[in-house]
Structure formats: C-alpha cells, structure tokens
Ligand binder design. Structure first.
Ligand code: ATP
Length: 576
C-alpha cells in the first residue's frame, strides 16, 4: 500500500466531489459542521440511484420482501450495562519516575567510573547501570546484578551507594549528594498521574505491577519506579471487571441524539434519534405481519436516516454523525439462520458487482467470536478497498431471535409467528444485511475515479479525469451537445433529442465551449454517453445520414453513428 499516493488520491476525490457538486461539507459558510455532509446535485442523483437499485433488487424483484414505514424516532431509552460489584485488594500508585539516575546523580557516577572507562568513550545516562557495575566489580562489592524490574534497579543503586560510602577515598558528602539526587524526583517524574488497580481473583502482585507499568509507559515513563499502597475494598463498582482499572466517575455520554417530543420539555417526552433503522422494523414486526400475511422466510426492508452521536467523524463521509442505511430484516426459522446468512452474503456481493464495484476490491471478513455482538451467531463484514484501507461497507449478521424477544418482553405484546402447517407458534429468527448508503456512494466514487491520457482539441495528449461509473449508477446518463451553439438548426435538433430521452433517463444539455471540453466535463462527472448533433444530422453532407447522431462512449472514447429514433432503446438497454 502506498500511503502517500492513497492519501493524495483521497484528497483529489474530496476536491472533485466539492468542485463538481457531489458532496459538500454541511453548513460550510458558517465554518462547517463536523461529521455532517450535504449532497450536491450530482451526489443526490448518485445516492438516489444506489437506493433505487437496492430497493429494486431487495424488494420489487422479490416475492418475499415488504416495505416499511419510515420512522426516525426511537422511544426506548439506552441503559448502560450493570457494572458488577467486586471485592479485593486495591493497589494505589501515586507516583512513577524513571529509575535511571537523573543528570546530577549521573555526573557523580561518571566521576566514580572515570578511570575505568576506555579513553574517549562517551557515555549517556542509559549506561548508568553498566557504569555502576564497572565500579562495583573494580571495588569488589559483589553486588548482585539487578534484574530489569524497576524496583530491583532502584534497590541496586541504593545498595551501590551504601557500599560507596564505606570507601576511604570517597567522601560522605559525595555519596549523600548522589543519593539525594537519585531519590529526589527528577523533572520527568509523573506526579498526579496516579492509578488504582484492583487485584482480581487469581492475580499476583507482579501482574498488577505490569499493568501499572503499561499505564506509565503510555505516558512515556519507560522504567517507572512505583510504590503502591494497598487497601481492601468490598462490593465496589468502581473497577473495570475486565482489567481491574479504576473507572472514572460516571459522565453523561451521548451515544444518541436526544430530543423532546412536543412543544414543552419534560422527562416523559425524551426521545432519541435512532442509531440504526433495524429497531423500527422489529417494533413494527407485528403490524407488518398482520397486513402482509407473508409466510416465513420473508423480509422487511427499510431505507432511512440513522444518527450516531458517539462516533469520531473521519475519512470524509465514511463515518458521519448523520447517515442513511439500507437494511433488510429477513425473518426465518431458527434452523435456516446459518444457511441464510451465507445466502445473503452472496446476494449482497452480487449487488455490489452489479453497481460496478469489482469483486477484487471487496473483502469478506468473518467476524470472530470475540468481536461479534453477543446475540449474533454469525456475522460477515463486507469490506471495500478505500484509499484509506479496507473498511466495512456492509454487515451481514444472523441476529437470532434476540431483538424480537427483547421487544416482546419489554412491550408485553406477542411477536410470535403462527405456522399454519405445523400449527406451531414461535418467535422468528432474523438475518440482517445492513448497508450504508453514504459508504456505498463513497465506494462508488473511489472505485470510479481514474486518470488517463486523451488528446485535447489540438491533438496534444493531456491527463483526462474520468469517473468510470457503471451506467446504472451514473448521475447523468447522457450528455447532449449541438456541435455549434449559434446554429439554430443544430440547437433545435439537440433540444428535440433532450425531449425524446428525458422520459427514459437523466440527461444534460450543454452547448457552451469546444466539443472536446464538453466531453471532458461529462467524463469528469461520470456521464457514460454523449450524443453530438452535427451537420450530418441535418443531412447536409449525406442525405442517408439525416437524423443520425454520433454516440460517444466515455470509457473507450469511441464514437459511432446511430439513428436518433434508436437512441432511447440503445441507451436504455445499456443503463438498466
Ligand atoms: P463501523 O464499525 O464501521 O462504525 P458498524 O459496525 O457500527 O460500522 P453497523 O451498525 O453494522 O455499522 O451499521 C451498518 C452499516 O451502516 C455499516 O456497514 C455502514 O455501511 C453504515 N454505517 C454505520 N455507521 C456509520 C457512520 N457513522 N457513517 C456512515 N455510515 C455508517
């Protein structure tokens, strides 16, 4: 992976999106709103094509899906998981410091070892232990070699100083100065960065010291000296059950966007903008089952907005606070769940190929047990090779009967399905392919973005920027150009073609500038076809060519003559 090239590519994509009206930063004129994006004229068309195609293949072309009402509010409050109460010994670390002697102690050490060093060798503070060992060996102290734990290094130096104080040629003051310098907190001492760690069942002191060391290493204290004090606690909820670290006091954490329903604000009117579309489907499961009378397996689809307040917006629209999801909840019998999970993975991969994302740029990650939601029996992430790395485009998850069971419990309403054949009642299981509209749009733009070489008006080769969208996804399907804008007949004919094609597809009329420039402008926004009305169209050169036009293809740049009456048929076949 070439990070620099990929970062440059991403920059070019973001800039093109703004310049050509695909995506703008939200509230840009007021300095921008972090994590929110607005779609420009072309972006809206592209997004609509994605959603329409998803709806077509996931609902209209299937007998087993139904549509869903769009609702953006969720009434269910989010409650934090209960933190387990724990008892045990708490180690409190108040201070950590580097156990290597600070500069002033190091200088004294160098003076003691000066005669023992090879002439001209320069030493640094990192060599302190070696210097002390040289002195110790020379004076026959028989000091045990310290191991590398901070405590033993500290004890080694204290012992070393004690031995030095018994040496006739070393003054007591000198040793005192060394010890004082060594014991006094050096500038890099971290004070205030104290932690409390709970010793959990089966853990020894060494594990706690290791954990504290990791804590200080994160703060750049690499050989910390730590003096823990201990206390016992019973039934405390102050510690993380997984690593024993003390938890910070509870702070309000905005996972979702909170609002109030109605004109007056009260505790009872609190509602949240939904963080995923799925739950509105589960909540309406009973109603939809009653009105549609579908038999299992069947799906309920929804495209709609989702809002997440807790995320760190990044990578352009990839992670936003407000985004759109396309979700299908596919209800089934428990025994079908795992098979349907694989079935939906394949269906969804086909979808991406059909909108122009090559299989080679997609990666399927089987989400490992420890990363999977606890209620899921199997999850695949479909990832796309974005310029910023492989990242999730869609999750396909077998969510079991967890959601419906939860809603059944909370609402007290039965969410069971009655099987006419077996006369059994049960809560169905569900497989969920959940895709992001915005991420799909971004993937399409990233996949389509390319630069090649093409001749300019004078035949000189220049870099051509092209968005190679699949015709099905392209925001504009065909550009229509009269060769000259000041020839009434050419203009009238071109406008006639606009009228002819407009009922079938989104077209764009452009009469300004040289024809080559007009082609380039359309290449840059991914318009797959261009139709040029020229003098042959008017029958001026050859009567047989009357009412024919040149049809140009964006990718090959090849042109061929086709009859105007055949245009709609030819283009529609390529687009659908
Ligand atoms: P991620 O881990 O990448 O944040 P997620 O696992 O939280 O995603 P899901 O909850 O499974 O995502 O949502 C399903 C789909 O919705 C994702 O695959 C993605 O396409 C889209 N999506 C989720 N969060 C965001 C977001 N913050 N911005 C844009 N799209 C999103």
């Amino acid at each position: 992976m070439d990070f620099k090239a990929d970062a440059q590519r991403m920059e070019k994509i973001v800039s093109l999106c703004k310049r050509r009206g695909f995506i703008f930063q939200s509230s840009e004129i007021y300095g921008g709103l972090n994590g929110a994006w607005d779609y420009g004229p072309l972006g809206v068309e592209l997004k609509r094509n994605v959603k329409n195609y998803w709806w077509r293949v996931m609902v209209h072309e299937r007998d087993d899906s139904d549509l869903m009402v769009d609702c953006r509010l969720t009434g269910k409050r989010f409650r934090a998981d209960q933190i387990p109460a724990q008892s045990g010994t708490v180690y409190r670390f108040d201070q950590a410091r580097d156990v290597i002697p600070p500069e002033s102690a190091f200088e004294i050490l160098v003076s003691w070892a000066a005669d023992l060093l090879p002439p001209g060798e320069s030493v640094s503070r990192k060599d302190s232990i070696r210097l002390a060992l040289l002195v110790s060996d020379h004076r026959k102290f028989n000091l045990p070699k310290s191991n590398t734990t901070p405590l033993s290094i500290y004890e080694f130096f204290v012992e070393f100083a004690k031995k030095m104080s018994s040496q006739p040629d070393i003054s007591e003051n000198e040793v005192d100065d060394f010890l004082q310098a060594y014991n006094s907190p050096p500038p890099e001492t971290v004070s205030g960065d104290s932690i409390r760690l709970l010793q959990r069942k089966g853990e020894d002191k060494a594990t706690i010291l290791k954990r504290a060391e990791a804590f200080y290493q994160l703060r750049n204290i690499h050989v910390p000296m730590m003096w823990p004090t201990t206390e016992d606690v019973t039934d405390s909820r102050d510690f993380n059950a997984e690593n024993g670290a003390e938890l910070t006091p509870p702070r309000p954490f905005n996972l979702m966007f909170r609002t109030n329903i109605g004109a007056t604000e009260s505790e009872d009117s609190i509602a949240y903008l939904r963080p995923e579309t799925a739950q509105s489907i589960f909540v309406q499961f009973k109603n939809i089952l009653e009105v549609s009378r579908k038999k299992l397996p069947f799906g309920i689809a929804q495209i709609g907005k989702a809002f997440r307040n807790e995320i760190n917006p990044r990578n352009f629209t990839f992670r936003s606070r407000e985004f759109e999801q396309m979700e299908l909840e596919y209800f089934c019998r428990a025994e079908e769940g795992m098979k349907l999970l694989d079935y939906w993975l394949e269906e969804r991969l086909k979808f991406y190929e059909n909108i122009g994302i090559s299989r080679g740029r997609l990666h399927v990650k089987t989400v490992p047990d420890e990363e999977r939601a606890f209620y899921s029996k199997g999850t695949y992430d479909i990832e796309f090779d974005f310029p910023f790395g492989f990242q999730e485009l869609e999750g396909v998850a077998y969510r079991t009967d967890y959601d419906l069971l939860q809603h059944q419990k909370a609402s007290g309403k039965s969410l069971e399905y009655f099987d006419e054949e077996t006369k059994q009642r049960f809560v169905p299981h569900v497989v969920e392919p959940s895709a992001g509209v915005d991420r799909t749009v971004l993937a399409l733009i990233c996949e389509a973005y390319s630069e090649d070489e093409a001749p300019d008006e004078k035949g000189k080769m220049e870099t051509r920027l092209v968005l190679r969208f699949h015709p099905r996804m392209a925001p504009i399907k065909c550009g229509i150009f009269p060769l000259l804008k000041n020839n009434n007949q050419l203009v009238a004919k071109a406008k006639e073609i606009v009228g002819l094609l407009r009922t079938h597809m989104n077209v764009f009329y452009d009469e300004s500038g040289a024809i080559g420039r007009r082609y380039r402008r359309q290449d840059e926004i991914g318009t797959p076809f261009g139709v040029t009305v020229d003098f042959e169209t008017l029958g001026e050169k050859d009567a047989a060519l009357r009412d024919t036009v040149t049809l140009r293809e964006r990718d090959s740049m090849k042109q061929k003559r086709v009859a105007i009456k055949d245009l709609a048929g030819i283009l529609s076949a390529r687009i659908s």
